[in-house]
Design a protein around this ligand. Structure first.
Ligand code: SF4
Ligand code: ZN
Ligand code: ZN
Length: 308
């Protein structure tokens, strides 16, 4: 076989060598491959008419690639609504640019969108929350706040829109990191939630179309289709525990290609055996769904003495 040619169509020049499979891809075959992979992840039964999907858009490569892929896969399907939601956490010098990219994307793809802010939802933006936490000597990672409040907002918008699914742009590496983080912390409950839906009508079901695609392939795809996405990292990301775990997994992956795949596939086998705790209740403060009588978001804010 010609090593300079695509292993699939055997005609076009190769632009990518996939280490774990040993296959060469040309541009066209790679783009088709990614769409096929995402279609398989989403599942045939979910690519059907009358669907409403809320898509969380940060403006970064993952969320925009996901939105592009969903738009492509649902193009031939009648009566589907794909709605972008940008969550403005209020991170100075960072988030506005991401939202600008997301808006440009939605306009180009003719996609309905909404913008929701931390400020209007919990009364404070993330920078303010981080500052208050510092002043009160509460040692909490900004990403913890950010993730909890963002999830709350996206769930709320999804329920308001009667959405069938909330689509999240996590790629294979993100999932592998999350799995490792929860293993390392010994947080089996979180591990179980990661792999399964809460199974409650108070929480919208989630789909992760890119969950089986490694980060570098998402990046390559974004560049091949000429996506204009937000490239800067969040100023808070480097101080996260996730960043440390990410380094470990990345190093392993470099030396042992396929590590992320095996972390995730092992995890999938394992979660079949972990029961999800299903004690759903309504938060006594905000009236929204939670796993105890005070939801995580309200609990974090209460801990800082700023619950509104
Ligand atoms: Fe939020 Fe952390 Fe992501 Fe920044 S890196 S947007 S603080 S979760
Ligand atoms: Zn080809
Ligand atoms: Zn609450």
């Amino acid at each position: 076989a010609d090593i300079m040619k695509c292993s699939l169509c055997k005609t076009n020049p190769k632009i990518y060598y996939q280490r774990h499979s040993g296959l060469n891809f040309c541009k066209e075959c790679f783009i088709k491959y990614i769409l096929k992979r995402a279609r398989k992840t989403i599942g045939r039964k979910n690519i059907t008419k009358d669907m409403t999907i809320i898509v969380g858009l940060s403006g970064g490569k993952d969320s925009l690639v996901m939105a592009h892929v969903l738009k492509e896969l649902y193009k031939p399907i009648p009566n589907t609504r794909i709605i972008g939601v940008m969550v403005d956490e209020g991170i100075e010098g960072y988030r506005k640019e991401g939202i600008t990219h997301a808006i440009e994307f939605c306009e180009e793809y003719n996609m309905e969108y909404k913008i929701a802010t931390f400020k209007e939802t919990v009364g404070y933006n993330l920078d303010e929350i981080v500052k208050i936490a510092k002043e009160k000597n509460v040692n909490l990672n900004p990403c913890t706040f950010c993730g909890v409040i963002r999830r709350k907002i996206l769930n709320k918008v999804s329920l308001n829109e009667n959405a069938d699914y909330l689509a999240i742009g996590h790629n294979l590496d993100d999932i592998a990191q999350a799995v490792m983080m929860n293993y390392i912390k010994g947080d089996i409950n979180k591990l179980a939630i990661l792999g399964k839906d809460a199974g409650s009508s108070l929480f919208v079901k989630r789909m992760k179309p890119l969950q089986d695609i490694p980060e570098h392939e998402v990046l390559l795809f974004a560049d091949l289709i000429g996506l204009n996405y937000h490239k800067d990292p969040c100023p808070y990301s480097s101080i996260s525990y996730r960043a440390e775990v990410s380094d470990i997994v990345e190093n392993l992956e470099k030396k042992h290609p396929g590590t992320s795949y095996s972390i995730v596939s092992g995890f999938k086998k394992l979660i079949e055996h972990i029961p999800v705790e299903k004690n759903m209740s309504i938060c006594k403060y905000c009236g929204e769904a939670g796993s105890s009588e005070i939801c995580k978001s309200c609990a974090l804010l209460e801990n800082l003495g700023i619950r509104v």
